[in-house]
Write a protein that binds this ligand. Sequence first.
Ligand code: GLN
Length: 501
Amino acid sequence: MNELVISSAASLGAAVAAGQVSAEEVTRAHLDQITEAEPQVNAFLHVATEEALAQARAVDARRAAGEQLGPLAGVPLALKDVLTWTKAPTTCGSKMLEGWVPPYDATVTRRLVDAGIVIVGKTNLDEFAMGSSTENSAYGPTRNPWDTDRVPGGSGGGSAAALAAFEAPLAIGTDTGGSIRQPASVTGTVGIKPTYGGVSRYGLVAMASSLDQVGPCARSVLDAALLHEVIAGHDPMDSTSIDQPVPAVVDAARHADVSGMRIGVVRELGGAGYAPGVERRFREAVELLTRLGADVVEVSCPTFAHALPAYYLIQPSECSSNLARFDAMRYGLRVGDDGTTSAEEVMARTREAGFGDEVKRRIILGTYALSSGYYDAYYGSAQKVRTLIIEDFNRAWADCDVLVSPTTPTTAFRIGERTDDPVAMYQADLCTLPASLAGNAAASFPVGLAPEDGLPVGLQVMAPPLADDRLYRVGGALEAALAEEWGGPLWRQLPELEGVA
Ligand code: GLN
């Protein structure tokens, strides 16, 4: 494999800035890797070859003109296909938006382009980001580079798989209930869900607005931190964006040290029923943190056990309302409009044809939960549970700087294994949902391979709102200690993809 595609984003950025390699060479190496790996992985819905090369040449021209480039200029990135970019279609993995080219760039997209980051394409996802396996995409599943019979997690499986298959060193994900963290966990990559409001959502196709958050994905902790600082920060175009300084995450990643840090192990997450390899690697990671000088205690957060039912009322309620905009009039698909059918009939036929089963399930669940007479019993109760979960977190923050758990109860499951069992699919989010409902910062870091199947296991770290830097302190310290133990980063242990030399 070309050395450039197994390099970190930080080193590629430094090499481009120093003139040791051109942004165009870096981009071509990744486009070649995409050509080789895609038949097996299917991480991308759209590869923007010409546009990526044009962006790379623009970076090279800026350097040639003497401009001082930022740390990630010239580095390729895979963008989840739920953020708008005027240079490619935004489909959200749905037939409903097939071929829809948005008229404006998301703020995140704009910031990436301004930083000289080269967007190489749009990545696959579960339709409208609903799912935990990327099997709900209308364009076929993405496969996990560690074992192509397995899922890469979801909804952001395309972004995570692109990293693990060396198709890009950076990716953007979105996390509503775990869609950055769970794919990171099962692909052995790093995924960060910043504090709710930490990254602008202007230009993000809304799924569940009280939960949706954009975040950085990478193979290394420093790379994620560098990307975090590019995309985060206040945006007047997003009324939920927080008007406060961005936490110093790059500094935290560079000087990662957990000595004296108070780390709480959540008793309710990580117990019975988890895969043996997940439990074992989790326990070992906690022991390692203790050896690195952290002060580890057990904490109880009893209401976390109710996060899953609460989420699966709140998320469907909000998405049933958000997805009402796909009415056959304004975007994408229109079915049955022969000039005589009523608007209502066209809308019904379009939604029937354009949405997949899971999206329809959520719309039906959400409409029911919000219907008059049931609103208090379902949506209202779920919101009360949400408040109790926030209170449990607040009690824990009195004693702990961060909380930890496994990211997800199992390693990557087989393609097709859970498609007929939505509740089994929802269980993948068991550990990630509390932080989603509370809006605090959370991340997943690779902590090894499960002995029983050789597949990656992730550690979830949760921090209080606006303390995103603490995630990077823990992640960076673990990454350094584990790399010493393994003789290199976890992804060095990736089995080679067939035909991808
Ligand atoms: N798996 C969860 C769901 O299906 C989370 C999705 C997400 O975070 N976008 O809703």
